[in-house]
Design a protein around this ligand. Sequence first.
Ligand SMILES: Nc1ncnc2c1ncn2[C@@H]1O[C@H](COP(=O)(O)OP(=O)(O)O)[C@@H](O)[C@H]1O
Ligand SMILES: [Mg+2]
Length: 262
Amino acid sequence: MLDIKNLKVVFNQGTINEKVALNNVSLHLNDGDFITIIGSNGAGKSTLFQSVAGAVEITSGTIMLDGVDITNQKEYVRSRSIGRLFQDPLKGTAPSMTIEENLALAFQRGKHFSLKPMRNKKHRQIFRDALKSLDLGLEERMQTKVGTLSGGQRQALTLMMATLVTPKLLLLDEHTAALDPATALKVLNLSTKIVEENHITTMMITHNMEDAIKYGNRIIIMNQGEIIDDISGEAKQKMTVEQLIERFHEMGETNDRMMLSQ
Ligand SMILES: Nc1ncnc2c1ncn2[C@@H]1O[C@H](COP(=O)(O)OP(=O)(O)O)[C@@H](O)[C@H]1O
Ligand SMILES: [Mg+2]
């Protein structure tokens, strides 16, 4: 479903600041895969997502999504089929617009573009039902401006918006890292519920090794722009936090953030 071949991304090529962020990364995702991705800071995890989403210029390689070569496709075109969430809860929603207006925009994704919010009864009911499933009481606050919501509420809403029209691929880049533990857990559980119910092929970057083991069917470990481990099936099920930490020690990694975040 997603087929990445020999992907290379070099920032500031030919300058003193040249940085090889991705070094010939190849990755194949099967339909319905839920991959967790771990790796120390600067390993190239976010750049991998940016490349798939069309947000950075890639140096070489190809990316196929559902049989279509999207390597040179514009970011806004890809955004119709690729949902994204970032660490920053402020990123995915428009603060001066109401919850309903934000959802109306998300609902139009992939359809003909029009800024006119669809306020008819049918759509409002779809939004209300979707919000209800978040269990945050947001269905009673559809006319509230999104800027007044908490970080967790906004991230839950962003998740809803990214999946209201089921995407082919969902990219979660440490999307709960900025939330308090209880809210993070709630948003994570919501994410897996939506992913499972809609059978969405998903990649989730996390710095939390327990989460990397707990969620998904496959773990990928990145280091210095490369995929150095790809663990699935029984090996994934048997994986422990201790083994992952050992793996990080093996690559000379003593990143406190990785080690301490449980
Ligand atoms: N836009 C950019 N310009 C220059 N260097 C970048 C840019 N984005 C990322 N990098 C560098 O590329 C490397 C990989 O970054 P990133 O993909 O953000 O890592 P991760 O998400 O694994 O922490 C890092 O060394 C980072 O500093
Ligand atoms: Mg990152």
